[in-house]
Design a protein around this ligand. Sequence first.
Ligand code: FAD
Ligand code: NAI
Length: 466
Amino acid sequence: MSYDLVVIGTGPGGYVCAIRAAQLGLKTAVVEKRAAHGGTCLNVGCIPSKALLHASEAFEDASKHFADLGIDVGTPKLDLKKMMTFKQDGVDGNTKGVEFLLKKNGIDAYRGTGRLAGAGRVEVLSEDGANQMLETKNVVIATGSDVTRLPGVTIDERIVVSSTGALELETVPGKLLIIGAGVIGLELGSVWRRLGSEVTVVEYLDRILPGMDGEVGKQFQRILGKQGISFKLSSKVTGVEVKDGSASVTVEPAAGGEAEVLQADVVLVAIGRVPYTEGLGLETVGVQVDNKGRIQTDSHYATNVTGIYAIGDVIAGPMLAHKAEDEGVAVAELLAGQAGHVNYGVIPNVVYTFPEVASVGKTEEELKKDGIAYNAGKFPFTANGRAKVNHTTDGFVKILADAKSDRVLGVHIVGADAGNLIAEVAVAMEFGASAEDVARTCHAHPTLTEAVKEAALAVGKRAIHI
Ligand code: FAD
Ligand code: NAI
């Protein structure tokens, strides 16, 4: 078979790229080795984790908050098996949706491992040994990422688990120890705490969510602490021993010192992800990778080998589904002769806990490091009417704007629905808005979005409700 484009991997980067390419008239095929399309995101990432976050939040609401609203449901009983079925239904619905979209757009889908087999050739290695060779003008590699392993710690996906195992536990662990206070640790830690686990998070650095705004990290840690999650910061795990169905975890201060041993029923290793290129045959055609194993590309996603491109988690940049999707669209448009482009300065980042954490653009730390003078406007949800009436007053909106031009440079939100609230400022930033532009935009009352408007007003020291 001969194609204009063969995409290897049908995660959010790959399948979106294939659809956009087909829309633009390119004869397109995808190769995927998983049983279902959708990649990490739909099968073992964004979608199942959000399903469990939603269900466990409802369970906690019914257990702890309904009574305050005058709703007496007694003590709710957890049916974990059913909750897992709810999660799987969501996954299946989404993966089937991708299958439908590929068909609808006339894209040929091959099941198997894609391997670069020389210029313009991709070999599909099927499990049943029926290999096929595809001829193609262009290849987009969208093979995503895999779990980072901790040296000396074996992930068995039962007692020592990665995010994949943590999304499939058959019982609620009494004690869950999480290594890494990043996005996965805090989201999945929240799920299992709500369902009854005692959760301890061990983090190497002296803060949670490194890379996010420092003030956000501090306040969010306090909130999670109040919810019952314990943190051991500036600490490293030096060993995990599994015996008789539980784990003994050796933890030391990061700077060195006396070790302690913590017992856990389940240990979640969540220390990041690494690009995945196994079996791809990069060396066969000489595609270059950097020192972190990421495929090197130029600003048009082209590798050093003519006709081979790469996008998503397998290249540099934040490992986020929407970043992969936008790169998929951009490279398809570039291949079709259009001007595909991704603005890396405006990529929202959301942690789907309760409250949520959302950010876009520069943090205060980055602005200080870059020597950019800025004004900060901050508004707490305690002063927002809707948050007050809903009893969801934890958190704040912070807007950072250029001191001279007032242009919005970064926005950081801790609060209920922060993931949706961040969208308006992302659009504003794409349009080069000033804080005053946001402040002068009429926001519906009573909504949480009024906190965004008030934070924008606060940049000019004229917030109304504080
Ligand atoms: P992937 O989604 O990893 O897809 C790559 C695909 O390529 C896979 O299906 C793989 O089987 C296939 N493949 C690999 N090699 C080959 C080969 N040689 N031949 C054929 N097929 C191959 N991001 C968010 O934005 N929001 C979230 O809420 C979020 N939650 C997450 C929760 C968890 C627990 C995890 C682990 C990740 C989460 N992410 C989230 C990150 C997100 O999943 C990734 O950024 C995203 O999936 C990357 O998309 P991708 O297309 O680059 O790769
Ligand atoms: P992460 O990079 O977010 O966090 C890893 C954490 O582990 C960091 O705080 C790091 O300092 C710490 N760490 C590293 N080595 C350690 C060690 N030896 N001991 C203790 N702590 C250590 O990675 P995470 O949480 O695994 O997530 C992987 C990727 O998946 C992220 O890059 C994220 O972009 C993506 N993701 C996105 C989600 C979202 O958008 N809501 C949800 C889940 C994952």
